[in-house]
Design a protein around this ligand. Structure first.
Ligand code: 9MR
Length: 342
């Protein structure tokens, strides 16, 4: 009974999302700042998707193919075919290209784990990796997520990782920023994290980490706030977070936005309320980002365009967290985002 009721609710939601296609000019034509999406190389083979991307956005982030999981092979060698294809697509279509992500606690390839714990060998491989990856896109990448998700889940201190164990808790991050700067003197170098809207304690730790990095001499140039949020995010939380994050004066990248309906269902069961909540959150994000000083609006990136491409589908196939339906038509959420722009 419960399963079939949930299935029906999911159908209702999908029906509502499909029916809600709206007429809207391209996102990038509406915003006074760069608008991005993540992509996977294989998606660019789909002409419909490629046209949607080229029309709607002005910046691309690789969804996963510029992470160690893709680049570092078992024997320690590197591969760049997929990221090269994404970079080439960006060049051909005049889009900015954003690098994501160099150092992530969640990824520590066996080739690195196997290395002698002796600091010199490890340090050399770490530097070599960052130089190879950042250097390859030097002159094209406008910025890089240098360190991703360094703050502990509960906001209490920093995460432990292979990198922190071998190179030091703050030092591995400072080194990563310095190596990236050597490899590309122009790219804006970011610290990027999530749950900074709904967990003020995590946000405070994130800001303290940014200050500690600057004090240690890291060429930190911007702050990334992923913004994987749900439709029941409290009104005002996102705006307060952006204001707070901007207080250091660094450029802000709203770097991975999606608004899950499924993750909000613990609080709201009514499909119409979920859709309204999603629209409200998208509008608030657009308005709050627009309100930042112009020089601090680095870019606003959506973590995908079409619902069917969202990583959140793996958690719940019925979720519809993005601005475009499966056919690539803008949804009412897209109109709400556009309506929030200032
Ligand atoms: O959406 C990405 C998914 O396709 C990948 O399998 C996963 C691991 O590489 O990463 C997802 O993107 C994450 C991003 O890189 C960092 N912030 C959280 C994102 C969602 O998990």
């Amino acid at each position: 009974m419960l399963a079939s009721a949930l299935a029906l609710a999911a159908c209702d939601r999908q029906g509502a999302a499909q029916a809600a296609a709206v007429d809207l000019p391209p996102l990038k034509s509406l915003a006074a700042f760069p608008v991005g999406t993540c992509v996977q190389a294989v998606q660019l083979d789909d002409p419909g998707f490629a046209a949607l991307v080229a029309a709607q956005v002005s910046q691309l982030t690789a969804e996963w193919e510029m992470k160690m999981e893709y680049i570092v092979q078992d024997d320690g060698s590197f591969r760049f075919d997929a990221p090269d294809r994404i970079a080439a697509f960006a060049r051909t279509h005049g889009l900015r290209f954003f690098g994501h992500t160099l150092v992530w606690y969640a990824q520590s390839p066996p080739a690195f784990e196997r290395l002698d714990a002796g600091r010199i060998a490890f340090d050399g491989a770490y530097r070599n990796y960052i130089h190879a990856v950042v250097g390859r896109y030097r002159g094209q990448a406008v910025g890089w997520d240098v360190v991703n998700e360094a703050v502990a889940e509960d906001g209490e201190g920093w995460r432990d990782s292979l990198w922190s164990q071998r190179l030091g808790r703050l030092e591995h991050m400072t080194l990563a920023f310095q190596h990236a700067r050597e490899a590309d003197p122009e790219a804006v170098l970011f610290l990027n994290d999530y749950n900074l809207e709904n967990l003020p304690k995590k946000r405070a730790t994130f800001l303290k980490l940014a200050e500690a990095l600057l004090k240690a001499g890291a060429p930190l140039g911007g702050l990334g706030t992923q913004t994987h949020v749900a439709a029941d995010l409290k009104a005002g939380e996102l705006a307060a977070a952006l204001k707070d994050l901007a207080s250091l004066g660094l450029p802000i990248h709203l770097s991975e936005m999606d608004v899950s309906l499924s993750r909000a269902e613990g609080l709201i069961r009514d499909p119409a309320k979920l859709a309204a909540g999603q629209a409200r959150v998208y509008a608030e994000a657009a308005e709050a980002f627009s309100s930042l000083p112009a020089q601090q609006r680095f870019a606003f990136t959506h973590w995908g365009l079409r619902d069917k491409d969202s990583w959140l589908k793996r958690e719940d196939a019925a979720d519809t967290p993005l601005l475009f339906d499966d056919a690539g038509r803008p949804k009412s959420a897209a109109a709400a985002w556009a309506g929030g722009l200032r």
